[in-house]
Design a protein around this ligand. Structure first.
Ligand code: PEP
Ligand code: MG
Length: 943
């Protein structure tokens, strides 16, 4: 008996484990299978529709087909799991029950469906949507009857055939067509019937009937097949099209730009249609719960009466501001304001919503965290902490590190703007100032930008096909479309300056001209746009720095009073409280040091001393040194350089006021300092009194086939130790001067390109000897460190041997990437695109660390270095020190600091703080650190 029971239990268990996976998650009438935290499986849209349903908001019922089906679809030659159809049928039945309509009902009100994509991270406009699905020649009649609105029913049917024909059946513009084929049919019909371009909402039932017939003919002509009548065939076709759109060109380009893995896949959301196009008591809109351009706490968005959602975002009709709804549909507006509050309280972030009003009743169709400019992100975060919606750590995370430099971007020079005439006005859709040569097509804009031109992309309206041109452009100007149009959304996310809906701008694609303010501009002429004010100017206007720059760097009082400045300083204070990893700067002049310190740099991580050799007549002494035939002559030339270097170092130490400075000894190959043209060589011969033939011979002798791997770095000073001697002497004499003047100093002498412990040992001996000599001669004492760059793979894997002689390591990830990948950092332009497009490089490895390859070398070096010298100081000074993802990696490695160019310092500070908050190593309370750093920041700002 017991055994039988066991067997039955096992069988049940087996059956349960064999149970088909759940591919369809329904929601509606306050209940949902999923919830907001299931974005991986349901995509962002599906998860939030479930969540909104659960919190009692008015969401039309529907279901989500999971992202697992997308993966299945691509793994199984674009077919579906067998059980999907029955689960979808159950999903539709659930909707029918809740809505009270039947899918494909030719008698009563037919249930119509919206089919939309929904990736884990939203990808606005990149994938496809089909609305009004379920209509055919029979159901359109029952819809007309049930609503007593024939015009509405045929309007829906026309829209459906157009969308389905385009998205599912592929009836699209061919390369030699100027217009979308369906639009062309509409335009010809309007011209023939009305003799003018009336708006679509003015088309009558009869017009729409005629257009439906014309569209069906177009589909037949183009595809050789009739338009599908069966609602289920339509539904499966639409779901397949959404899954297929995951791999369309624009989605791929978008994913590459935002680092979204292809493996995530998209979900498909099938939702009962509600109709914003039933008449003047209906409408559709999109809105942000706060202003995503400037961060103001106001409902922001757009709305169109008697329209479906696509009309608002497609940019075809310029919609009204959402505030206008208060008058047009007061009850629905009041409800929307209530929903706004509920959403922010629940999601604790600014939401970007889509809604429809059908006969006066509000329905929510989507909510997601709103994309925002850096300025808006800063204000949202600061305000929400004040409103006690979020804590300070969340506020730090809410500022995207890779967008922070938008806040430092220039604005137009005020004097220039006063003089300039506004030639057109549009909507301020992406803040900042940009000027550039205009291009009216994305390909030409991209090609011009690749040639190094500053480009403005000007379009009547943008579509996702323009993405490449938008990425390449400084700014985007459109004649049509609102602040939620594709152009505006994408521009804001990319941090591009954008003015849209500038109706005074007449874009003529055929003649490649733009008319505005009575002037005609040809492609290649300059325009300037102000995406904060929404204004357009002819010509190129000069720009001026942002108020954060003027406040921090120039100490301007007026700028320091602005809210943006104060929020920025507050954010940097929170960053300081969150992380232990320091941020230093790569700087070669006192001016650069001053800027970096104002941004919060804690010292210098890299001074490239060779940059100091090019100024004034120093280059002549340098060249003399290189041309010297023996040690005595070389020393003579070096003696001339010594005072210059000493003065430079003194300036830097003074600007640092006691903060540490890592100064690297000479690194580049010597040929870089010699003149290469005949005239320059003759000039030099005259200046330093050497025969031109001698110079030519030396240039010839120093020529290297691969100078990046040649006689450079510490190899120079192994051959010519007097170079290291002179540089060490200059550094220590400058340090001695500082000590005498009461200026604290902390020099760190760094030897470049070390691969062998012995290389470093030889240099370290020289440096210590010189230090002792200087201290004795000047009768002062100061502390200093001697360390090395880790920038060749041998240096990384023998870091334990090297650490015997090094008090610190700084990862030179430019060279380390170059030598680990075997790719010249200067010559990858010709293949970088094909490498990223083929998913070999996830990103340019010289911009963002190759953490799996180069990162492993770093890990080895950290471990080996610490095994010999516990507590060895570790930093990074390659370009990666200012890249947020690379900074996160450095945090995980436990480096003491990252070093980057001065203007990247805030970005690195933010990225470092976010890394600490994300892995839980940030302290919970910011208060103490906050007060301390407030004082510091104010003091800094005063200076
Ligand atoms: C590096 O190689 O990462 C580095 C900082 O040095 P440089 O770029 O001057 O070679
Ligand atoms: Mg290097």
């Amino acid at each position: 008996m017991a055994t039988r029971k066991k067997t039955a239990k096992n069988a049940a268990k087996k059956a349960a484990s064999k149970k088909a996976p759940k591919y369809v998650y329904t929601w509606g009438a306050g209940k949902a299978d999923g919830h907001g935290k299931m974005k991986e499986l349901l995509g962002g849209k599906g998860a939030n529709l479930a969540e909104m349903t659960l919190i009692g908001l008015p969401v039309p019922s529907g279901f989500t087909i999971t992202t697992e089906v997308c993966t299945y679809y691509y793994d199984h030659k674009r077919t579906y799991p067998k059980v999907l159809r029955s689960q979808m049928e159950a999903g539709v039945a659930n909707m029918e029950k809740i809505m009270g309509y039947k899918f494909g009902d030719a008698e009563g009100f037919p249930l119509l469906l919206a089919v939309r994509s929904g990736a884990r991270d939203s990808m606005p406009g990149m994938m496809d949507t089909v609305l009004n699905l379920g209509l055919n020649d029979a159901t359109v009649e029952s819809l007309a009857k049930a609503t007593d609105n024939e015009r509405f029913a045929w309007d829906c049917y026309r829209r459906f055939i157009q969308m389905y024909g385009d998205v599912v059946l592929g009836v699209q513009k061919t390369p030699d067509e100027d217009h979308e084929p369906f639009e062309h049919v509409i335009e010809s019909y309007k011209a023939k019937t009305y003799g003018e371009d009336i708006v679509d909402s003015e088309l009558t039932a009869e017009d729409n009937k005629a257009l439906v017939a014309a569209f069906k003919k177009l589909v037949l002509d183009r595809t050789g097949q009739g338009f599908p009548d069966c609602p289920w065939e339509q539904l499966e076709g639409a779901a397949g099209a959404v899954f297929s759109s995951w791999m369309n060109d624009r989605a791929i380009v978008y994913r590459r730009k935002y680092g979204i893995p292809a493996a995530w896949g998209t979900a498909v959301n099938v939702q009962a249609m509600v109709f914003g196009n039933t008449g003047s008591n209906s409408g559709s809109g999109v809105a942000f719960t706060r202003n995503p351009a400037n961060g103001e706490n106001e409902l922001y968005g757009e709305f169109l009466v008697n329209a479906q959602g696509e009309d608002v975002v497609a940019g075809v009709r310029t919609p009204d501001a959402v505030a206008g709804m208060a008058e047009a549909l007061p009850k629905a507006f009041k409800d929307l304001m209530k929903v706004r509050k509920i959403l922010e309280k629940h999601f604790k972030d600014v939401q970007d919503v889509e809604f429809t009003i059908q006969d006066g009743k509000l329905y929510m169709l989507q909510t997601r965290n709103g994309k925002r400019t850096a300025a808006a992100a800063l204000k949202f975060a600061a305000d929400m902490v004040k409103e006690k919606l979020i804590d300070w750590q969340t506020a730090v995370l809410r500022n995207p590190a890779d967008q922070l430099d938008q806040l430092l971007a220039p604005v137009f020079d005020v004097a220039e703007v006063k003089k300039a005439t506004i030639i057109a006005k549009g909507l301020p859709a992406g803040p900042g100032a940009a000027s550039g040569k205009i291009y009216l097509n994305a390909d030409r804009a991209e090609a011009a930008a690749n040639k190094g031109e500053k480009v403005l992309l000007v379009r009547v309206e943008t579509s996702p096909e323009d993405l490449r041109g938008m990425i390449a452009a400084e700014g985007i100007l459109t004649a049509r479309g609102g602040v939620s149009s594709h152009a505006a959304l994408v521009a804001r996310q990319m941090g591009k300056v954008c003015v849209c809906g500038a109706s005074g701008v007449d874009v003529d694609y055929e003649n490649k001209t733009v008319k505005a303010g009575g002037q005609v501009f040809k492609e290649g002429d300059f325009l300037s746009i102000d995406g904060t004010a929404g204004t357009v100017y002819g010509g190129a206007l000069a720009t001026e720095p942002s108020e954060i720059i003027t406040g921090l760097i120039h100490g301007k009082k007026a700028s320091q009073k602005t809210e943006k400045y104060q929020n920025f300083v507050q954010l940097m204070e929170w960053c300081a409280a969150a992380t232990k990893m320091g941020v230093r700067t790569n700087a070669d002049t006192p001016e650069q040091v001053k800027n970096a310190v104002a941004f919060g740099a804690e010292g210098i991580g890299l001074t490239r001393t060779e940059h100091m050799f090019f100024e004034g007549d120093r280059i002549d002494a340098m060249r003399q040194m290189i041309l010297a035939e023996n040690e005595i002559d070389r020393k003579k030339a070096l003696k001339k350089l010594l005072p210059h270097q000493r003065k430079d170092f003194f300036g830097i130490f003074k600007a640092l006021d006691g903060k540490p400075a890592t100064i690297r000894l000479l690194d580049p190959p010597l040929h870089e300092f010699l003149p290469h043209t005949k005239e320059q060589q003759m000039d030099l011969a005259r200046t330093i009194g050497v025969k031109v033939e001698t110079i030519m011979q030396r240039v010839h002798d120093l020529h290297e086939f691969n100078p990046m791997l040649g006689h450079r770095g510490c190899r120079l000073a192994i051959s010519y130790p007097e170079i290291a001697e002179m540089q060490a002497q200059a550094i220590f004499e400058a340090a001695a001067q500082c000590v005498k003047k009461g200026i604290p100093v902390e020099p760190e002498v760094m030897v470049p390109l070390v691969g062998y412990a012995r290389e470093l040992e030889l240099q370290v001996n020289i440096i210590h000897r010189v230090a002792e000599e200087v201290m004795a001669a000047k009768d002062v004492k100061f502390k200093y460190l001697v360390g090395t760059m880790i920038e060749v793979p041998r240096g990384a894997v023998t870091a334990d041997e090297i650490a015997e002689h090094a008090q610190f390591f700084s990862f030179g990830t430019n060279d380390l990437t170059q030598t680990a990948l075997g790719v010249s950092r200067d010559d990858m332009g010709s293949f970088l695109n094909s490498y990223t497009e083929n998913d070999i490089y996830p990103k340019n490895p010289f911009a963002s660390l190759d953490t799996t390859g180069v990162g492993q070398l770093m890990e080895i070096a950290v471990e080996k270095g610490r095994s010999v010298r516990n507590g060895i100081k570790l930093g990074i000074c390659g370009e990666h020190g200012g890249d947020p993802d690379s900074v996160t990696f450095c945090h995980k490695l436990g480096l003491n600091y990252v070093s980057c160019s001065p203007y990247r310092v805030p970005v690195a500070r933010l990225a470092a703080a976010q890394a600490a908050i994300n892995d839980g190593s940030a302290p919970k309370a910011a208060r103490k650190a906050k007060k301390k750093s407030t004082r510091k920041a104010t003091k800094k700002a005063k200076k």
